[in-house]
Structure formats: C-alpha cells, structure tokens
Design a protein around this ligand. Structure first.
Ligand SMILES: O=C(O)CCC(=O)C(=O)O
Length: 194
C-alpha cells in the first residue's frame, strides 16, 4: 500500500522523549491530557531487560502451543481464522496472501511473561491499578503481524490511550488529530464524528 506520508502525517506534532527523565505530571500534562503521541526510542529494553531475545523462536517456544484468532478485511468483509501461534509465526514468513491475516492474543496475560516487563509509572492509570479480579478486561495484547497487515482506523476501547512496543520488525502508525477533519474514525464498529 502506498501512502503519501507527507500529506497524512504532521511530524511537527509527534514528539520524542527519554522515558527515564519524565515525571508523571509532565507526561500527563504534555501527552495524556492533551492527546499527543510521543515516541520513546530505545526505552523498551530498559523496561524489559532481556527483550532483545524475544524473537520468533522465543514466541514459538513460549506461546507456540496456544490458539488465537487472526483477522483480515477484504472488500469490507471481515474474515476470521484460528491459528496455532506456532503456525502463524511460520505463516508470517511464508504466506503469499495479498492481504494477510493479522493475529492478536491475550494469551500472555496470566503467564509469567506479563512480569517480564515493567511499565514506567507515568503509564499507570486507575483501571490498571484495580485488582485484576475486578477488571472486565486486561487491556494488554500481543500482536503478530505478517508484512502488510494492519488495523483499521479506530478509537481504542472506552476512548483509552495505549502504549505500544515494537519488539521485532517495523510498524507504521497514522494518527489523526481531532481537528484533522476525518469523520470515519470507528468506535465499536460504528462511524463516529471526529
Ligand atoms: O497494533 C495494532 O495494529 C493495533 C494496536 C491498537 O489498536 C492499540 O494499541 O490500541
């Protein structure tokens, strides 16, 4: 898919920070409450010591035996397919699909893996601080994506904000600011006005 990035991205608004230098007050004022995306380069391996070893083989060994659903949308029609995660990791490398399936899973949330990374204090929120028994969802996902996979333009569940770490590969995010004039943002599958 070809994008004219200069037309859709407003690079001026995307800031970079050093996570070890940030206080929660500063982060909330500059990013959370003002809905501004921010990039932390090279920080994840400090939050998750050892994560440089989290490659396909690592995920195969730890989660390969789990099943998860992958989705894709072709001509507006969503298809869903269940994969053994080990098979999906092979599919990532060898599939020839024009629009490949994109898999996400929460199979890590009850496992020791969830403790393999520490999130900085400034990402804490009241929902995450609740005991897990009281929470309807654990808002944490692992995404495995073959080249060319994508998520549709959306607003996150409950209008929440998210942090994402790219563990291997490359990922492109497109953010549309409230004043961008886009009226096709999706919430719960329904179009909403931006
Ligand atoms: O990584 C993706 O494709 C989607 C991630 C997402 O929706 C999120 O982090 O809120």
């Amino acid at each position: 898919m070809e994008f004219d990035l200069k037309r859709v991205l407003d690079f001026e608004k995307v800031r970079e920070e050093r996570s070890e230098l940030l206080s929660s007050n500063y982060f909330n004022a500059h990013y959370t409450y003002s809905s501004v995306p921010v990039i932390f380069r090279g920080s994840f391996n400090k939050w998750a010591p050892g994560s440089e070893k989290w490659n396909h083989e690592f995920f195969k060994e730890n989660f390969g035996h789990e099943f998860a659903f992958a989705k894709r949308t072709i001509d507006g029609k969503e298809e869903k397919k269940e994969f053994l995660i080990a098979d999906y990791l092979d599919y990532m490398n060898y599939n020839q699909d024009e629009i490949p399936f994109y898999l996400n899973t929460q199979c890590h949330v009850d496992k020791p893996f969830k403790k393999a990374y520490q999130v900085p204090d400034f990402f804490n929120c009241w929902y995450g601080a609740w005991p897990s028994d009281n929470r309807k969802y654990d808002l944490s996902w692992l995404y495995f994506g073959a080249k060319g996979t994508f998520s549709k333009l959306h607003i996150d569940v409950w209008n929440s904000s998210a942090w994402n770490a790219v563990i291997t590969g490359k990922k492109l995010w497109l953010f549309f600011f409230k004043d961008s004039g886009r009226s096709d943002l999706q919430r719960n599958g329904k179009s909403i006005q931006s």
